[in-house]
Design a protein around this ligand. Structure first.
Ligand code: NAP
Length: 241
């Protein structure tokens, strides 16, 4: 059975992606940064689909944690066939008030974390001449957003990274794509003031916010055989925003 790793799979979009890929028949590994209860709950729900599922505490911005996580997954489930780089944070603020640490932590977790996990996954994928890497970016990385220069830079970086790695490893049977969600209802977006939410919804042709399930469906497609000739792409899941 193939193995899928979803980083930041304890909550929000990552948790729903993990459950969708479990329903698709993958054995599941998720990592999380601190919320063990949520990670445990996601894993229990994945197991209901009759697959194996494990959770590992690992900071994706720490190379040692990442390498140790990949070694554990290989020992317990086998090499990772599908990597979903989903772990991400925001530290919003206008540029003039943005601390260096707010910039660095967002770049480290969102962008460097994607680099470290992809690097750790790629060797086995090359050896197996098969693999799927799906990077969760954001529409903010395409369009920019006031108060999110750090986040936008990290997500735009993920798009450039995706396109480059797709070119490097296509010949080895590895596809690399990015999914760019728009406004998806999760804890990350629940924090926004109602006025900001109202302004967003006016810009969405489909007239509603997205759900984590909307994103998970696209990830499921990109992981599947149906997407075997798709690489280096950014699929926007934005309701047309
Ligand atoms: P969320 O609910 O805040 O969940 C974030 C997840 O990342 C949690 O599982 C968290 O673990 C994990 N995480 C945070 N820092 C980590 C680290 N250093 N190492 C490992 N795991 C870490 O976020 P979300 O809204 O589901 O977003 C998921 C992804 O979608 C992110 O990349 C985000 O940028 C992207 N996205 C979201 C939206 C949206 O509208 N929500 C839109 C576009 C893109 P703990 O549970 O342990 O804290």
């Amino acid at each position: 059975m193939s193995v899928a790793l979803i980083t930041g799979g304890s909550r929000g979009i990552g948790s729903v992606i993990a459950k969708q890929l479990a329903a698709d028949g993958y054995n599941i590994a998720i990592c999380y940064s601190g919320n063990e209860g949520a990670a445990q709950k996601t894993i229990e729900e994945c197991k209901k689909h009759g697959v194996q599922a494990i959770f590992i505490k690992a900071d994706v911005s720490n190379a040692e944690d990442v390498n140790e996580m990949f070694a554990q997954i290989k020992e317990l489930l086998g090499p990772v066939d599908v990597l979903v780089n989903n772990a991400g944070i925001t530290r919003d603020g206008l540029l003039i008030r943005m601390d260096e640490t707010d910039f660095d932590s967002v770049i480290d977790i969102n962008l460097k974390g994607t680099f470290l996990c992809t690097k750790a996954a790629i060797k086995d994928m090359m050896k197996n001449r098969s693999g799927r890497i799906i990077n969760i970016t954001s529409i903010v990385g395409v369009q920019g957003n006031k108060g999110q220069s750090n986040y936008a830079a990290s997500k735009a970086g993920i798009i450039g990274f995706t396109k480059s790695v797709a070119k490097e490893y296509g010949a080895k049977g590895v596809t690399v794509n990015a999914v760019a969600p728009g406004f998806i209802q999760t804890a990350m977006t629940d924090e926004l003031p109602d006025t900001v939410k109202d302004a967003y919804i006016k810009q969405i042709p489909l007239g509603r916010f997205g759900t984590p399930e909307d994103v998970a469906g696209v990830v499921s497609f990109l992981a599947s055989e149906k997407a075997s000739y798709v690489t280096g792409q950014v699929l926007e899941v934005t309701g047309g925003m």
